[in-house]
Write a protein that binds this ligand. Structure first.
Ligand SMILES: N[C@@H](CCC(=O)N[C@@H](CS)C(=O)NCC(=O)O)C(=O)O
Length: 363
């Protein structure tokens, strides 16, 4: 009656899941609005202008952000089936463990803190004692906050990569788009790790994705694996013909456009970019309204090419000549997931400058 509850969330997000569990426990009806993190809705940007993150609960037009804040709000607003105990001391204890899990447990994906995480899990083991749930006989706030620790323990995603590599970056964009937590392991190509040599013994190249101990190499193979494993926020269209078209352009970009860093192929690359200009047509992204497989694979054109042009002092991608591609680059670089995944421009500039100088002095 006069109650309007909306949840801006992401099905793959553990934070968003916390709120869903609490609303369901309380029997509150709500409308779930799936966000596309590559193209955040004006509603999300307005309602959580500070963090621009999901989840955001909108109750009768008023927005609340941050999952733990939302959980407390839900418990105070709908008092049936409480998730926090009554007693102030017990409430304080529950909040203590919730903060502990939020600050610590979540870091189980980070290699350096895996040892530390082990100790943290031991604390949780002790706190559980002989109770059925952290909350006692029924699920409480601590249990709701902990589901992510348990889920993460079941899912181990590692990426052997290289920050300056556009191939490796493709995989990071896809994982971030899907909201998958992963551990990034930077490889030193002058001294490849035994893990890389074992996991990609055929090519000995990054990126390699290691999912629950099984390794997958080759960026395009990895991207398809990610899309088939984590189905939310698809990066390939559903329709077989549209999928074929996307794969056609992916292959084209992988074989042709990435060669624009090769001096001799620069003329040829010009013609290839013209094909892409036509393929974009009037779409915002190659994938349509949101980023898809073709856009991800074209990250080289979106970011690396600009840096290489600057180092070489050539301008291949002139706005007058390629207005659509240049517009696409603006959209691509404006996307927050892409921004978070790209290496620093200064680092890339320094790398290509050094490479360019070394090539010039040796000739
Ligand atoms: N076709 C591969 C290309 C990957 C690739 O070329 N990776 C480079 C880094 S940008 C690499 O690991 N090079 C190591 C080497 O060549 O020894 C893919 O799509 O993953």
């Amino acid at each position: 009656m006069g109650e309007e509850v909306k949840l801006l969330g992401l099905k793959t997000s553990l934070y968003s899941c916390r709120v869903e569990i609490a609303l369901k426990l309380k029997g509150i009806e709500y409308e779930f609005i799936e966000e596309d993190l590559s193209n955040k809705s004006p509603m999300l940007l307005r309602y959580n202008s500070v963090h621009k993150k999901v989840p955001v609960l909108v109750h009768n037009g008023r927005a609340i952000a941050e999952s733990l804040v939302i959980l407390e709000y839900i418990d105070e607003t709908w008092k049936d089936t409480p998730i926090l105990p009554r007693d102030p001391y017990d409430r304080a204890m529950a909040r203590f463990w919730v903060n502990f899990i939020d600050e610590k447990g979540i870091k189980t994906k980070d290699e350096e803190v895996i040892e530390e995480a082990y100790g943290d899990l031991e604390f949780l083991e002790t706190e559980l004692n002989d109770k059925r749930f952290f909350g006692g006989e029924s699920i409480g706030l601590v249990d709701i906050a902990s589901q992510e620790v348990l889920l993460k323990m079941g899912e181990e995603v590692k990426l052997l990569g290289l920050k300056r590599s556009s191939y490796s970056c493709r995989v990071e964009i896809a994982l971030k788009l899907k909201g998958i937590g992963y551990e990034f392991i930077e490889e030193d190509l002058s001294n490849k790790s035994p893990m890389l040599l074992e996991y990609n013994s055929v090519h000995k190249k990054v990126p390699v994705l290691v999912h629950n101990g099984r390794a997958i190499a080759e960026s395009l193979v990895i991207l398809e694996y990610i899309d088939e494993t984590w189905k939310d926020t698809p990066i390939l269209p559903r329709d077989p013909y549209d999928r074929a078209m996307a794969r056609f352009w992916v292959k084209f970009i992988d074989e042709k456009a990435c060669k624009t860093n090769d001096e001799e192929a620069i003329e040829e690359a010009y013609g290839d970019l013209e094909f892409l200009e036509t393929a974009l047509n009037d779409k915002r992204f190659f994938g349509g309204e949101s980023i898809g497989l073709v856009d991800i694979v074209a990250d080289f054109i979106g970011f690396w090419l600009g840096v290489i042009q600057e180092v070489r002092g050539v301008e291949l991608l002139k706005r007058e000549k390629f207005p659509k591609l240049c517009g696409w680059i603006d959209e691509f670089l404006g996307c927050s997931i892409v921004k978070e995944s790209l290496p620093s421009r200064e680092m890339l500039l320094a790398f290509f400058q050094a490479r360019f100088q070394a090539a010039n002095t040796s000739t």
